[in-house]
Design a binder for this molecule. Sequence first.
Ligand SMILES: *Cc1c(COP(=O)(O)O)cnc(C)c1O
Length: 429
Amino acid sequence: MLNLSQSQKSFLRACELIPGGVNSPARAFGAVGGNPIFIKHAEGAYLYDIDGNQYIDYVGSWGPMILGHGHPHVVSALQNAIFQGTSFGAPTLAENALAQMVVDAIPSVEMVRFVNSGTEATMSAIRLARGYTGRDMIVKFEGNYHGHADSLLVAAGSAGATLGVPNSPGVTQGTSKDTLVVPYNNPDALRKTFEQFGSKIAAIIFEPVVGNMGCVVPTLDFRNAIFEMRDRHGTIVICDEVMTGFRVAYSGAQSIFGLSPDLTTLGKIIGGGLPVGAYGGRREIMQHVLPAGKVFQAGTLSGNPLAMAAGIATLQALQSTDPYRYLDRLALQLAGGISQAAQKYGVPLCVNRFGSMMTFFFQGGPVSNWTTAAQSDTVRYANFFWGMAERGVYFPCSQFEALFISSAHSEDDIRRTIHAAEETFATLA
Ligand SMILES: *Cc1c(COP(=O)(O)O)cnc(C)c1O
């Protein structure tokens, strides 16, 4: 039995101090039961909790830690940066350097503005699209999560999906009426929406591979329909690569699918574990951002020197080690091994994978949108989650999140994880 007594005690204290005991609902264990595990430190592919338990980490801070924890190049970049000063409220060379790296990596991004989170990136991109087009409405897809800006908190996946709160109290009807929600992977529904509202729609925002209702891959027809609507109706396409950017490929999902969005949002990996987001795209559109243009967007700590240093070091390490083929191979092994184990014990399982992100949906599948994702057996997932935790494997604490592999994971880690899954499935069957 896993000893979590220190975590239990600390969580009770946290609940007195912090709403629900957590600073982000994705960390709460509501969907799997029990209380969150408090982490003390992490190294490479491993997490260590405050009771002294060790876990193979498949959460990776929900995406950023593609190099694993405490990568030496990132740590030494941070050590160097911290002595130069932690924030100046004035431009630095590090901002130029990371901007150059982002522009070089993603051809559709000609200019970029750094912010402090993915939420800020999507919120600002939406404002820019509205300011640029002079239109009010936006289209988002059911089960896609773009952070918690009011206009995007409609039928959002992630913690919202888990908690069954499609709309948060506090988001006004006035705000949500301008957000049109369309099912993912449904080109006909998208076309119908544009037939009705096309001339009023400022932007389509989408996850090019969904991670936030679990991993869901877009069909070719669906991707084409998004860009067809842009060409036909003058709508801005915002590709939300906060999760997929530098994850599924160095140049993001748009490089794999050959997409050329007007705007792209980034986060997670470009901060190397520090708080960073970014939005960028066509120069002609980005020139509308203040002070080049009139669309307001600002941030006291934006382009923060420590965050830039961690981001630059992370992208440098990704360039020099090019881990994507290795990540893909490990991910394939994990997906295949766990699939086989489930089959052996008669546990229905649908594995959706794209590169090093994947989800084990507890159902026969296929899972291609929110309606099908929601048919998963979440109770079984909860039992699986705890079975894995007891065997030293830390998986996402919700059926509707993607798991991530880092370049610090070894083949032996994958083998141990598959073995843990076999033992766990035996208890579920
Ligand atoms: C995580 C995520 C966000 C929000 O980023 P935060 O840094 O948590 O605000 C937005 N979009 C996508 C696709 C994400 O995965």
